[in-house]
Design a protein around this ligand. Structure first.
Ligand code: GLA
Length: 384
C-alpha cells in the first residue's frame, strides 16, 4: 500500500481502487491514475475531506465541502505546472469568507438569479431568500456550495473519479421537493475534468446545476485575464436589466461587444459603455449556445498566449454564463496568498438560462417526480 505525503498536515489515506496505484511520480505521463483522501477540517461538526486526483501530468483537488474544485494543476507549453483555478489554501478561507465569489463550488439548487426570489409552479408560489438584492442567487443563503457532500471514489480504466452526493430535504431554502443530487468529477487521461450531474425529486421543483470555477490560465494570483482570448459558440445572448435579470429577449451578438464568435481578448471590450456591459460592470451574461444536437458540444474556448495553456469547455446545457470576475475587489486572498482583484479570473458556468422559472420562452428548468435530470460538462486543458 502506498502513502503519499501532502504539504499540509492531515491524515492521508490511499484508496485501493484496483487501479494498480502508483507509488510516486504520479504526475508522470503513463503512470496509472491515483486518488488520495486527506482530512481537511470540519464545518458545523461535519468532517470535510480533500481528495487529490492525479492522472498523468494533471492534478485536481476536490473538497467534500461545496464539492469545491480547490486546485487544478496543469502544464504550460514548457511543461511547467501551475494551479489555474481560483480558491483558498484552507477550509477556513472558504468558511470564514462564506466564499462570496463561489470559487470552484457546485451551485444548486438553482444556479444564477431568480427575479425577486419568486416563482410559481403548478399554481403555487414560492418565495426564496433574497441574497443578491433584489434577487435570489445561486440557491439562496445556504446553497449546495456550503453543504458537505458524501464522497465515493470511482475507478475507471484510464480515469479516476469522485462521486459526490447530497440530499436536499423538501423545503430547503424554500424549494419544493426532496432533491437527490449526484455529481461525478472524472479526471480523464488527457487533462480533462468531466462533470456529470444527476438529480431526481420527490415533488415538482426547479433545478439548475453548475460549477462556479474561475480560471486564470497563467496561474491563480498572477494578474488579470484581460489578455486571455475567449471564443463562445453563441450568436445570441439573454440581455439583462440593471439587476442582471434577463428581459426575456434573445438578442443577436453581431455588431456588439457580446460577439465572441471569433477568439477575442477579454480586455478588448470589457470597459465598453455598451449598456449591457455597464449593467454587469463588465461581462456577466448568459450566452445562448448554438447547438446542433442534444449531446455534448463545444461551448467555449479560452487561450492564454503567454503560458500557452488552453481550456475548451463542452456541455449538454443550452447556455453559458461568462462572468469576468467583475466583483472581485482585492479583499479575498487566494490559494497562494495573493489578493484577487477585478478581472483576476473568469467563470464560465454552463447552465439553463437565468430566471427560467419566470420565462416560458426559455428551456424549462422544471423537474418532476419520475424524471431524471442529466447534464454533462467537460473542461479540457491543453496547450497552444
Ligand atoms: C455569478 C453571477 C455574478 C456574481 C458571481 C459571484 O457569476 O452572475 O454576478 O454574483 O456569480 O460573485
Amino acid at each position: 500500500m502506498t502513502v503519499r505525503t501532502f504539504a499540509r498536515a492531515g491524515v492521508v489515506l490511499l484508496l485501493g481502487l484496483g487501479l494498480g496505484l502508483a507509488s510516486s511520480s504520479s504526475t508522470q505521463a503513463g503512470v496509472k491514475p491515483t486518488i488520495t483522501k486527506q482530512a481537511w477540517g470540519s464545518v458545523g461538526g461535519q468532517t470535510v475531506d480533500r481528495y487529490t486526483l492525479t492522472n498523468g501530468k494533471f492534478r485536481v483537488r476536490i473538497l467534500t465541502y461545496g464539492g469545491i474544485l480547490q486546485t487544478v494543476e496543469t502544464p504550460d507549453r514548457h511543461g511547467r505546472m501551475a494551479n489555474v483555478t481560483l480558491g483558498f489554501g484552507s477550509l477556513g478561507g472558504y468558511v470564514t469568507s462564506k466564499n462570496p465569489a463561489y470559487f470552484g463550488a457546485l451551485i444548486g439548487r438553482y444556479g444564477n438569479r431568480i427575479a425577486k426570489g419568486k416563482f410559481t409552479l403548478d399554481g403555487q408560489t414560492y418565495q426564496l431568500a433574497i441574497n443578491n438584492d433584489p434577487n435570489s442567487l445561486h440557491g439562496g443563503n445556504v446553497g449546495f456550495d456550503k453543504r458537505v457532500w458524501s464522497a465515493t471514489p470511482v475507478a475507471g480504466r484510464n480515469t479516476v473519479a469522485l462521486r459526490l452526493s447530497y440530499v436536499s430535504p423538501n423545503g430547503e431554502e424554500n424549494y419544493p421537493g426532496t432533491l437527490r443530487t449526484t455529481v461525478t468529477y472524472t479526471i480523464t487521461k488527457n487533462r480533462g475534468i468531466r462533470i456529470d450531474y444527476r438529480a431526481t425529486t420527490g415533488k415538482a421543483t426547479v433545478v439548475n446545476l453548475t460549477n462556479h470555477a474561475y480560471w486564470n490560465l497563467g496561474g491563480e494570483g498572477t494578474g488579470t485575464i484581460d489578455d486571455h482570448k475567449l471564443q463562445l459558440k453563441a450568436s445570441r445572448y439573454t440581455p439583462v436589466d440593471s439587476t442582471l435579470i434577463p428581459t426575456g429577449k434573445l438578442d443577436r451578438v453581431a455588431g456588439t461587444p457580446m460577439d465572441f464568435r471569433r477568439p477575442t481578448a477579454i480586455g478588448a471590450r470589457n470597459r465598453s459603455n455598451f449598456q449591457q456591459i455597464v449593467y454587469g460592470r463588465g461581462y456577466d451574461h448568459n450566452w445562448v449556445l448554438d447547438r446542433r444536437t442534444k449531446g455534448l458540444e463545444v461551448a467555449a474556448r479560452v487561450s492564454d498566449a503567454a503560458s500557452g495553456r488552453t481550456l475548451t469547455i463542452s456541455t449538454t446545457e443550452p447556455g453559458i454564463q461568462f462572468y469576468g470576475g467583475n466583483f472581485l475587489d482585492g479583499t479575498l486572498y487566494g490559494t497562494s496568498g495573493k489578493a484577487y482583484r477585478q478581472g483576476d479570473g473568469l467563470a464560465l458556468e454552463t447552465q439553463h438560462f437565468p430566471d427560467s422559472p419566470n420565462h416560458a420562452n426559455f428551456p424549462s428548468t422544471v423537474l418532476r417526480p419520475g424524471q431524471v435530470l442529466r447534464s454533462t460538462t467537460v473542461y479540457q486543458f491543453g496547450t497552444l
